[in-house]
Design a protein. Structure first.
Length: 529
C-alpha cells in the first residue's frame, strides 16, 4: 500500500543529486549502475530518502534474483530461514557496514542508526534484502505519516465536517506522535465505529447482534429492535470442494422490517475445516443503507479498510457514515481514509418496492407464476440490495431474461437464446425445429433456423469471436411483428456488456414506461444523486 501510494501521490521535491554522489562514493551504487538506479528511483514521485532507499532495494533485489521487485506480485518469507552462529555473525557484520554507509549518506539519522543496530545485534535479520526492505518500508511510512501531511489531511476532514468536536484533540495527537497508522484517524471522526473481530466471541449467537448494534449506533436513524438471524447455504455459489454459508439477518427499524443476506464462511469438504471469518465486512452493513434510503438520509455507511504498515488488517475495519460530498473528497484525496464506494442515487424505498410489486401484479406480469414463486421472489428482494426497479422485477422467475453479450454457449448460442426468449413470452412466442451450428474456430458465419407456426425462418449471423451479432435482437423483433403476436420483446437498460430482455404487450409497455417502473434500453436514468 505504501509503495503504491508513494508512486502515485507525492510531488517532486527538492533536488538531492549530492545524495546519489555519496552513494557512489560509499560504493552502495556502482558507477556502471547509476542509470539503472536512477530509473528505479524515479518510480517514486519524490526526491526523498525513501526514493533512494527504493533504488537501493531494487538494485539489490535484481542482483539477487535477476529481476525487479513488484509490490503487487512479490512476497518475502524469512521466518523459515535459520543461520548458524558463524553465518549470523557474517551477516551481522555485513549489515553493520551497510548501515554505517547509509548513515554517512544521510539516508538515516542517528536515532534510526541505533535502532537498527540494536536489531542487528539481536540477530533479527538473516540477509541484506530483508534488512533493506524494512528500512525502506519504515522510510516510506515516515514520509507517508509526516506531521505536515497529517495536519493537512486533518484540515480537510474538518472542512468537510468529517471531524468536528474532536479536531483539536486530533491535532494534539498528531503533534504528540499518536497517529501512527491511518486507522488512528477514525477515533476522531464523526459517525464512525471500528469493528475488531478479535473483541468478539466466535459464536454467531453472541457476536452477530453485538456487531450490528455497534454499527447501528453510528447515527440515531439506525436504531433497531427484534434482531434475528439464520445461517443458510448459499445456493448461488458452486464449487466441488466448498460449501458456502450466508447469514440471513432480519431486524425492525422505524416501524419497518428489513432483511439482508451476506457471506458468513465456507466449509472445505476435503480438509473438513471451516474458514475463520466472522462477518462479511463489505456486505453486512448494507441493511443499514436500506434504512437510510427509506428515511431519505443524505448519509450512506461505508467500509474503511485498515492496514498495519503495508499489510491489510483483515480482522479490523471501520464503518463510517458519509455524505456524497464527503465520500467524494476522501476518494479524491486518496490518502489515509479510503471509503468503499456506495450508491447515493434515489434507490427504491421499501414502500416504493411494495407499490411496484402491486403494479406489476395489476398489469398481469405474474399471471403465469405460482403463489410460491411470487413469495420466494419477494423474499429474495427483501434480502438483496435493490438499486432500481429492473433488479426488483428480475427477482421473479421467467419475467426478465439476462444474458452476456459475450456468448457463453459456443455450440448453438442463438438456438439457446431463442429458447430462453420463448420462456419469457408466456408461450406466445413458440418456435420449433430450432437449430444453430456454431464453430468459433473455423466459421465466419452461423445460421439460425426455426419455425414459428407454419412459417420457417433462417438468418445468417456473423461470427466475431464470442460476441453476439448486434442484428440478432432486431431479427427476433421483426419475426414477432410479422406474426402479429400480442406482445413484443423489449431490451432493458444495463450498465455493462450484459443484456436484459422482457416480453410485454403494448399496454404493459406503455404503462410501465410512463410510471417509471422499468428502465428501458433507450433510457439513461439520470436521477438526482
Amino acid at each position: 500500500m505504501l509503495f503504491i501510494f508513494l508512486t502515485t501521490n507525492f510531488m517532486i521535491g527538492q533536488s538531492k543529486d549530492s545524495t546519489l554522489q555519496k552513494l557512489i562514493d560509499n560504493k552502495l551504487v556502482e558507477q556502471k549502475d547509476v542509470k539503472n538506479f536512477e530509473n528505479y528511483k524515479e518510480k517514486i514521485k519524490t526526491q526523498s530518502n525513501a526514493s533512494y532507499l527504493y533504488g537501493l532495494f531494487q538494485s539489490e533485489y535484481k542482483n539477487l534474483t535477476g529481476h525487479l521487485y513488484s509490490e503487487l506480485g512479490s512476497y518475502f518469507s524469512f521466518e523459515e530461514t535459520k543461520l548458524n552462529d558463524i553465518e549470523q555473525k557474517k551477516v551481522n557484520q555485513e549489515l553493520t557496514d551497510y548501515l554505517s554507509k547509509l548513515q554517512k549518506c544521510e539516508l538515516i539519522n542517528d536515532k534510526q542508526f541505533h535502532e537498527y543496530q540494536t536489531k542487528i545485534d539481536a540477530n533479527i535479520y538473516v540477509c541484506k534484502i530483508q534488512f533493506i526492505l524494512e528500512i525502506m518500508t519504515q522510510s516510506f511510512k515516515a514520509e507517508y505519516m509526516a506531521v505536515e501531511k497529517l495536519k493537512a489531511f486533518a484540515d480537510q476532514l474538518k472542512d468537510k465536517g468529517i471531524v468536528s468536536s474532536q479536531f483539536e484533540n486530533l491535532v494534539t495527537s498528531i503533534d504528540n506522535g499518536k497517529i501512527e497508522n491511518p486507522i488512528d484517524f477514525l477515533s476522531y471522526c464523526n459517525n464512525t465505529v471500528v469493528i475488531n473481530e478479535k473483541d468478539y466471541s466466535n459464536e454467531p449467537e453472541i457476536f452477530l447482534e453485538l456487531i450490528h448494534k455497534k454499527t447501528g449506533s453510528i447515527i440515531p436513524e439506525l436504531a433497531f429492535t427484534d434482531f434475528n438471524f439464520k445461517i443458510v447455504i448459499d445456493s448461488t455459489t458452486f464449487d466441488d470442494n466448498f460449501k458456502f454459508y450466508d447469514f440471513l439477518i432480519s431486524l425492525q427499524s422505524n416501524g419497518k422490517n428489513y432483511k439482508q443476506k451476506s457471506f458468513y464462511r465456507s466449509y472445505s469438504l476435503t480438509k473438513n475445516t471451516y474458514s475463520n471469518s466472522k462477518i462479511d465486512s463489505q456486505e453486512y452493513y448494507q441493511i443499514f443503507n436500506k434504512i437510510l434510503v427509506d428515511v431519505k438520509s443524505p448519509y450512506r455507511l461505508h467500509e474503511i479498510k485498515t492496514y498495519n504498515d503495508d499489510k491489510l488488517n483483515e480482522e479490523a475495519f471501520g464503518i463510517m457514515a458519509l455524505t456524497k460530498e464527503q465520500e467524494k473528497m476522501l476518494h479524491e484525496t486518496n490518502l489515509y481514509i479510503i471509503p468503499s464506494y456506495e450508491n447515493f442515487k434515489n434507490k427504491p424505498t421499501s414502500i416504493q418496492i411494495e407499490k411496484a410489486i402491486e403494479e406489476y401484479t395489476k398489469t398481469g406480469l405474474f399471471s403465469s407464476l405460482t403463489t410460491s414463486q411470487i413469495n420466494q421472489a419477494k423474499e429474495k428482494i427483501a434480502e438483496q440490495d435493490n438499486n432500481d426497479f429492473n433488479e426488483i422485477l428480475s427477482a421473479f422467475p421467467n419475467i426478465i431474461y439476462s444474458y452476456d453479450t459475450e456468448l457463453a454457449n459456443l455450440e448453438d448460442p442463438y438456438a439457446e437464446l431463442i429458447k430462453e426468449f420463448a420462456k419469457i413470452s408466456y408461450n406466445e412466442f413458440k418456435p420449433t425445429n430450432i437449430s444453430n451450428s456454431f464453430d468459433i474456430e473455423k466459421g465466419k458465419k452461423t445460421t439460425l433456423k426455426f419455425k414459428l407456426g407454419t412459417k420457417s425462418y433462417s438468418k445468417i449471423f456473423k461470427i466475431d469471436n464470442d460476441w453476439i451479432d448486434s442484428d440478432f435482437f432486431a431479427f427476433v423483433k421483426a419475426v414477432v411483428s410479422e406474426n402479429k403476436l400480442k406482445g413484443q420483446f423489449y431490451e432493458l437498460f444495463t450498465d455493462g456488456q450484459d443484456a436484459q430482455v422482457i416480453y410485454l404487450t403494448t399496454e404493459q409497455y406503455d404503462y410501465l414506461r410512463a410510471q417509471k417502473l422499468l428502465i428501458f434500453a433507450d433510457q439513461w436514468q439520470m436521477e438526482e444523486e
